[in-house]
Structure formats: structure tokens, C-alpha cells
Design a protein around this ligand. Structure first.
Ligand SMILES: [Zn+2]
Length: 473
């Protein structure tokens, strides 16, 4: 593989305006005192130049997606749009993988297969930003009409995913292997990754050696890239519990088995799983987010339905919470002399873990490209309490890296700080990332990560290893 003369490459870039040619120009091996994977001037100029050229188109794509958000497993227009963009770039595209998922493959000789994932789904909520292109879209969710908005920033992710593909295709002389770009449905409900896996993602297509994803981080300044060792996001489990009672007139409670009283006991008692059973030094959350029962004042209903969200970082705490919730629900029912509760697992995904070897491979290039913006957080520091189903890929044995990309103008963050107000972040109706620079940074982070893995850095690329040439890409 090649190491470029920076001056020659810059000269060619200015002369031809073609960064791909500039990067391919004047190969010369990296000297032994230079570490592999560090971004050289020519490489950075080339990536930056291509991104600058593509940014108007990527921003237009982002605004289109922002104005046409779609809920999980309903991303038909979104998937079509992305599939078309990737086909135009020369990817082999398969649609409807895991309902609405898209798999786009670019083969570029022998080498690693690198999965790069974006999510496609939006949230069932009303956007309240004052953006000129704010979403006013609606959709049906469980039969009810709801607003829909890209308030988690998945529209930014889709734009930088396409941007990364555009740069990598333009620079295809600089890497080898296969790109497996996937656009995943339904991340918010944690079902999309599993749907794609169950639909043969790892058997119908080249099996990935690595998996990469990035998420835009509200409240984080532009230019920041969080590299968290170990667990970055919590495990998430959603449960529905139906307390089965016996209905009666409100004036005759002794004729009833009151499911509302059972539910009320449960809501309080279940928190002792956190406060008395879980090690106080470990992270765990149990939230009862929905409690639905009854309709009028003078009827004791038959049932009460509760929905819970459980969060944890370790498999041990995860099973402690699941068992604790179940035991509490059965205990409450038994105390009331009621039939057993009906407990349904709605969804669940493990904690998102970053593979330390993979992180070490991509870190030098990211640090070179983003300098002080790279925030390295050791494994000993707890992860974020939010969750992701990107963990499904690691659960299949694929080394994974999940980056957080800053989305806010530093001046805007400073203004919020001066007022003592927390800035709106992901899932806020007011979240409005500085999309254009965030798209550029996210695309660059993915490009540098892929080039670190699929470039000629020995021993990953066999061809380069055979030539005994060390290389920066
Ligand atoms: Zn998200």
C-alpha cells in the first residue's frame, strides 16, 4: 500500500481538483519511526476536499429526510431514497432486509468486510424547533395518529452514512476489502437490528469482520468525538405486566380483586429491587412508564396494564432486574389472592460494548483528524444510561465500535450554560443539531475508521503485509 508525498499530492489536488488522484500520486513507504494509521496532510486534505464538495448534497438529503420522517418499520420512502443513492455510487443494494432495512455492498478486492450502520427511524413526537424545515409529518402508531420527528438525529446519521460512502468510493484506491453499509429500521423500539439479523444479514451477505456506528450527541460541541472503552450504552428491556383481578362495583371492594391496588403496590415495591437487592455501586434503573386501568370512578376494573423500562450495564444486573420485577409482580398478585400476572417481554437488547482492539486500531487516525476533539473515556467510567440495539451485532461476535459525534455550536452551548439551562438534546422536541458540520464530522469519523481497518495497515491487509509496507491509511 501507499504512503503519499504530501507536497506532491497537494500540488496535484490544486492542479486537477481530483483528491482521489492526489492521494494515489507518488507512493512512498512510511518510514519505520512513523506509526501506522496516523493521518497525513495529503490524506486529510483529500478527505476534507471530497466532503466539502459533497456537503451541499448531503445537507439537502438531510433536510429532505428531516421533513419526511418515518416511524420504525415504516421507513419505506427513506429506504428507497437511501437505496437509490447507494446504487448510484456503485453499491449492490438489497432492500426489504428485516422488513424495511437496506444492505449496500461495495466490493473492492480482498480484505476485511466492514459493516457501517445507520438507523432510519424517527420518533412519535411533535417537533417544536423553529427550523424552516421542521417536521409537521404524522403517522399511525398502534392505530393512533401521531406527529413524527427526527428528534434523535437519525437523519443526520443517514446523511453522514451516505457521505462516508461517497468519500470511500472516491478513494477506492486507498483501501481494500468490502463495505457492508446497512440502513437499519426501528432502532428506537430496539427491534430493527434483530429483524435484519433474523432475515439473514450474516448469511445472505458477506460476514462482517468489524461493525461501526456513530450517534450524534446533543449537548456535545461540534468537533468532539467520544471514544468510550468498554460499555458505552446500557442494556434495555421493556416489559408489559397485566395484573389480573376481578371487577366489581366500586362500592363493594370485598367482591373484587382490585388490580389498581395491586398495580399501586407493585409500582412502589419494585423499586426495592434497585434500592435493596442491587449492589448500590452498580447502575440499574426500573421505570414504570405506563399504568392503564379502569374508566370511571365507581367500577373496579378486571385488569391493570403496566409497562416498564429496565436499564443496566452488566448481564448480572440485567438478570437481577428482570427476576426482581417478575418476583415482585407474582408476590403482589399472591398477596391479593389474584391469578398470576401476565408478563410479556416487549423488547430487549444487551449493553453496547466497544471492542478494545478495534478502538485501538481506529483511535490514531481519529486523533490525527480531530485532534483535541477526541474524548477518550476509559472502561472504568460508567457508560451512558441510554440504549441501542447496535449491541445485537456485537452479540453475534462482531467486534464493534460506536462513536458519539458532537452536534452543537460551542457558542450556543455557552449561551445555555450562561443562563443555567441545559441545552435540548436527543429526543427533545427542541433538539436542533448543527446538522451541516455534524454531518461532515460524522462522515469523516466513519471514513477514517474504515480506512484504519481496510487500509494497508499490517497485518489487517494481507497484500500490504506481504509487501512489508507500512501505511497511513
Ligand atoms: Zn438515536
Amino acid at each position: 500500500m501507499k504512503r503519499f508525498s504530501a507536497i506532491a499530492a497537494l500540488t496535484l489536488l490544486w492542479a486537477t481538483g481530483d483528491p482521489a488522484q492526489a492521494m494515489a500520486f507518488q507512493p512512498s513507504p512510511r518510514t519505520s519511526d512513523q506509526s501506522a494509521n496516523v493521518v497525513g496532510v495529503a490524506e486529510k486534505v483529500a478527505v476534507d476536499h471530497i466532503l466539502d464538495e459533497k456537503l451541499d448534497g448531503l445537507e439537502a438529503l438531510y433536510r429532505d429526510l428531516h421533513q419526511h420522517p418515518e416511524l420504525g418499520f415504516q421507513e419505506h420512502r427513506t429506504a428507497r431514497l437511501l437505496a437509490r443513492r447507494m446504487r448510484t455510487l456503485g453499491f449492490e443494494v438489497t432492500e426489504n432486509v428485516g422488513k424495511t432495512g437496506v444492505v449496500a455492498i461495495y466490493r473492492n478486492g480482498p480484505g476485511p468486510v466492514t459493516l457501517v450502520r445507520t438507523e432510519m427511524d424517527a420518533l412519535p413526537m411533535e417537533e417544536k424547533t423553529s427550523l424552516s424545515f421542521a417536521s409537521r409529518a404524522h403517522a399511525l402508531l398502534d392505530g393512533k395518529r401521531t406527529f413524527v420527528a427526527h428528534s434523535c438525529g437519525h437523519d443526520v446519521h443517514m446523511a453522514w452514512w451516505v457521505g462516508a460512502a461517497e468519500v470511500l468510493v472516491a478513494l477506492k484506491q486507498q483501501w481494500r476489502g468490502t463495505l457492508l453499509f446497512i440502513a437499519q429500521p426501528a432502532e428506537e423500539s430496539l427491534g430493527g437490528a434483530r429483524a435484519m439479523l433474523n432475515d439473514g444479514l450474516l448469511t445472505r451477505f458477506p460476514k462482517p469482520d468489524f461493525a461501526l456506528a456513530a450517534h450524534v450527541g446533543g449537548g456535545m460541541p461540534l468537533g468532539s468525538v467520544v471514544m468510550k472503552e468498554g460499555v458505552i450504552l446500557s442494556a434495555s428491556d421493556a416489559l408489559e405486566i397485566i395484573f389480573n383481578g376481578r371487577g366489581a362495583h366500586g362500592s363493594a371492594p370485598s367482591s373484587a380483586i382490585d388490580p389498581i391496588v395491586m398495580g399501586a403496590h407493585f409500582v412502589s415495591d419494585v423499586q426495592t429491587v434497585i434500592s435493596r437487592q442491587k449492589d448500590a455501586a452498580t447502575f440499574g434503573v426500573i421505570t414504570v412508564g405506563a399504568f392503564q386501568a379502569g374508566s370511571v370512578a365507581n367500577i373496579i376494573p378486571d385488569t391493570a396494564t403496566l409497562r416498564l423500562s429496565l436499564r443496566s450495564f452488566t448481564p448480572e444486573v440485567r438478570s437481577l432486574l428482570l427476576n426482581g420485577v417478575e418476583k415482585t409482580a407474582y408476590g403482589v398478585s399472591m398477596m391479593a389472592g389474584a391469578p398470576a400476572p401476565t408478563i410479556t417481554r416487549l423488547n430487549g437488547s444487551a449493553a453496547t460494548q466497544n471492542d478494545s482492539e478495534l478502538m485501538a486500531r481506529i483511535a490514531p487516525a481519529l486523533k490525527s483528524a480531530f485532534g483535541q476533539g477526541v474524548i477518550s473515556i476509559p472502561a472504568s467510567v460508567p457508560g451512558f444510561s441510554g440504549s441501542e440495539d447496535f449491541s445485537e451485532f456485537a452479540a453475534k461476535g462482531i467486534p464493534s465500535a460506536y462513536l458519539m459525534i458532537g452536534s452543537d455550536q460551542p457558542e450556543a452551548l455557552a449561551a445555555y450554560k450562561a443562563k443555567g439551562i441545559a441545552p435540548p438534546t436527543n429526543h427533545s422536541p427542541l433538539y436542533a443539531p448543527a446538522a451541516r458540520p455534524a454531518i461532515r464530522n460524522g462522515a469523516a469519523a466513519l471514513v477514517w475508521s474504515v480506512l484504519s481497518l481496510n487500509g494497508a495497515s499490517p497485518p489487517i491487509n494481507e497484500l500490504a503485509a506481504k509487501r512489508k509496507v507500512r501505511c497511513g491509511l
